[in-house]
Write a protein that binds this ligand. Structure first.
Ligand code: NDP
Length: 252
């Protein structure tokens, strides 16, 4: 099946995301870090959410040093986040920002890679908590702030194994199927009732800590760096993708 990507003639200028506020989960490392830097470089105020505060602070400093809009920093461990933590976060953001223009669900964990017949329940639950339940909670409680924007964009991060199952990818693959399902259900609910668009995006093989741990035998530099796959991430957050909803994108 062919999945859409950013149009070949998409050329983001530096003001592409001017005046937009975008929350990125897992913004301290890997693809989330690159997305946060790219959004800020294109004018967005970025809300950096992640579990390791020191990494978020580094991204914050990089954005400030590059002259980008001052970001916001939210230290939250999605593995332990409960509904009241997310409610408090949503209330705090509503006090600080009139609306939210973008939400990039990027944080995920790989979990165990082993056959279902020997998978551990605790490890299974942790993957579901971080990769699915936390996304639901954030989406559920940030929707009012997203609805307050003229045309907000929610992007869920998928994977090849969330579109076709593969042996030994266990909870991670199942969590990505769930992510695609959440995207489709929400997109269908909002299509005719809201200006919020909802899509999924599969980055494809990218040189990050997650990829290196999933494929230890691979030469890391055979895969693109996160900064090199940002076109679709920018496109889906920009007004160029207004009206596009319910679609499963590939970054490349
Ligand atoms: P990384 O492991 O490199 O980065 C993941 C980020 O998510 C890190 O910043 C990490 O925080 C954060 N995170 C993990 N767990 C939590 C948590 N409990 N609470 C808050 N933040 C958390 O992964 P990638 O950058 O490679 O992956 C980004 C997305 O892309 C994921 O959804 C992944 O499934 C998807 N993907 C990646 C591919 C690839 O080849 N890289 C291929 C297909 C899909 P910390 O820095 O503290 O660890």
């Amino acid at each position: 099946m062919a999945y859409p990507t950013a149009p070949a003639d998409f050329r983001p200028d530096t003001h592409l995301l001017q005046d937009k506020t975008i929350l990125v989960t897992g913004a301290g490392d890997g693809i989330g870090r690159a997305a946060a830097l790219a959004y800020a470089a294109h004018g967005a105020t970025v809300i950096l959410l992640g579990r390791t505060e020191s990494k978020l602070e580094q991204v914050y400093d990089e954005i400030e040093a590059a002259g980008g809009p001052r970001p916001a920093l939210v230290a939250l461990d999605l593995a332990s986040a409960q509904e009241d933590n997310v409610l408090t976060l949503a209330q705090g953001l509503a006090g600080e920002f009139p609306h939210l223009d973008g939400l990039l669900h990027n944080a995920s964990i790989l979990g165990e890679r082993r056959p279902i017949e020997s998978a551990g329940y605790l490890a299974w639950q942790e993957v579901m908590q971080v990769n699915v339940n936390a996304q639901f909670l954030l989406t559920r409680h940030l929707l009012p702030l997203l609805q307050a924007a003229p045309a907000a964009s929610i992007v869920f991060t998928s994977s090849g194994v969330g579109r076709k199952g593969r042996a030994y990818w266990g909870a991670y693959a199942v969590s990505k199927f769930a992510t695609e399902g959440l995207m489709q259900v929400l997109a269908d609910e909002l299509e005719n009732t809201s200006s919020v668009r909802v899509n999924s995006l599969n980055p494809g093989a990218t040189n990050t800590a997650m990829r290196r741990s999933a494929y230890p035998g691979e030469k890391p530099t055979d895969n693109p760096a996160p900064a090199d796959i940002m076109a679709a991430y920018l496109y889906l957050m920009s007004d160029a993708s207004r009206g596009i909803t319910g679609q499963a994108f590939n970054a490349r």
